[in-house]
Design a protein around this ligand. Structure first.
Ligand SMILES: *Cc1c(COP(=O)(O)O)cnc(C)c1O
Length: 432
């Protein structure tokens, strides 16, 4: 552990140079630590449950490259499969057998998916699924929820979560009003608001898209009846229900949130885990809808690197490991111990806190709670979170640098890692 010898000289040097080369010094905003203050840490390598920075500090990593690392970083079996695939070439721009294998695995795992299209990111998956929702229904309007993040495509940058929430940005400049005029927003867990939107826009709403469990406004679970209510409402209005499972897919259960809650959407987006650390996204669902996608149907969507054998191989091996007996029981157990432990330690050290966990995903908010929506999440003590984050970092615990992000565990995290984390949390919280 690093507590007494925490040095970040090299990180500061490298990030200092990066700021001159790239906007904010990063390739994706949240990485810059802007909301928690202080300099971000520059990683050198990752292995199992750990990340190692350029100054030689070791961290127990609860970000897991924002989700993909669920079997642990640099898993030997995933690396082995990648080494083999690499020798055959990285991209074909032609069909490859690996696409069939991963497609079949996704279709067998995720209840709503009968057919799937691979893309290169979650953003691309969500952007494409939106086009498909509109193409299939012949309607332009969609309903999303404040605090839910569906990637950075124009139409979704309305009260978005993740980095948009973290940086407190208004809806982004550069997004034409006409593009978002058809994006209607409701409060998460507020079924009545969704009902009202359907009534105010008869026969105009293509569908509802949501994170079935929210991870981009902190960790927020659906209240009893919310998902089922959305399923009913969308059916009633001939609209589509779309689960954005880019984060929750293969994380809450092998079949994602839809399996866990027993609610089957019409379409689903995936990303993160299904690429095993390489860039992959996917959207899939009912066969009659998916057959609208080119070249089977008229809705255009394409990608030079989509379905490349290298990325498919990392996804296949990752899902194969996840599908072994006992994996989700192990993830559930370790994550529950951590999430419960964090809330308990916070209470014992005199802090208002609430949190939760499902599968390998967890959250901790510095507020009495309960937190049912982004609106509730915004009431938590952000300044306290920042100090907690920095304290934990110095103790060798790497948490997402924002109160508005969920935490992730992996098969590589051990009981001992969790115990070390809780000890660190106690030390940090006692001094806050
Ligand atoms: C991460 C995420 C996205 C965007 O995926 P990228 O691969 O970062 O483009 C979309 N939706 C959800 C729910 C996500 O968590």
């Amino acid at each position: 552990m690093v507590s007494s010898a925490f040095r970040t000289v090299r990180s500061e040097e490298i990030f200092g140079a990066a700021r001159d080369l790239m906007p904010g010094g990063v390739s994706s905003p949240v990485r810059a630590f802007k909301s928690v203050g202080g300099q971000p840490i520059v990683f050198d390598h990752v292995k199992g449950a750990y990340a190692y920075d350029v100054d030689g500090n070791q961290y127990i990593d609860y970000v897991g490259t924002w989700g993909p690392a669920i079997v642990g970083h640099a898993h030997p079996e995933v690396l082995g499969a990648l080494h083999q695939a690499l020798d055959k070439g990285t991209s074909f721009g032609a069909p490859c057998l690996q696409e069939n294998i991963l497609a079949r695995m996704v279709i067998e795992a995720v209840p709503s998916i009968e057919m799937v299209r691979f893309v290169n990111s979650g953003t691309e998956a969500c952007m494409s699924v939106l086009r498909l929702m509109r193409a299939f229904t012949g309607r332009d309007k969609i309903i999303k929820f404040s605090g839910c993040y569906h990637g950075h495509a124009d139409m979704f940058l309305v009260q978005a979560g993740s980095g948009v929430a973290t940086l407190g940005l208004p809806d982004s400049p550069g997004v034409p009003k006409t593009t978002t005029a058809n994006t209607l927003t409701a409060t998460y867990n507020d079924l009545e608001a969704v009902k009202a939107l359907f009534e105010q826009n008869p026969n105009e709403i293509a569908g509802v898209i949501l994170e079935p469990v929210v991870g981009n406004a902190g960790f927020i679970v659906p209240e009893a009846g919310f998902l089922a209510g959305l399923r009913e409402l969308t059916r009633e209005h001939n609209a589509l229900l779309v689960f954005d499972e880019v984060m929750t897919g293969f994380r809450l259960a092998y079949g994602g949130a839809q399996q866990r809650f027993g609610i089957t959407p019409d379409l689903t987006t995936l990303g993160k885990i299904i690429g095993g650390g390489l860039p992959v996204g996917a959207y899939g669902g009912r066969r009659d809808i998916m057959e609208m996608v080119a070249p089977a149907g008229p809705m255009y969507q394409a990608g030079t690197l989509s379905g490349n054998p290298l990325a498919m191989t990392a996804g296949i091996k990752t899902l194969e490991i996840l599908n072994r007996p006992g994996t989700y029981e192990q993830l559930e157990k370790i994550t529950k111990k951590l999430a419960d432990g964090l809330v308990q330690v916070a209470h014992e050290t005199g802090h208002a806190a609430c949190g939760g966990q499902l599968g390998a995903m967890f959250g901790l908010f510095f507020t009495e709670g309960p937190v049912h929506s982004y609106e509730d999440a915004k009431r938590c003590d952000l300044a306290k979170f920042s100090r907690f984050h920095r304290g934990m970092l110095e103790q060798g615990i790497y948490l997402a640098p924002s109160q508005f992000e969920a935490g992730f565990t992996s098969l590589a995290h051990t009981d001992e890692d969790v115990e070390r984390t809780l000890e660190a949390a106690r030390a940090v919280l006692a001094k806050l």
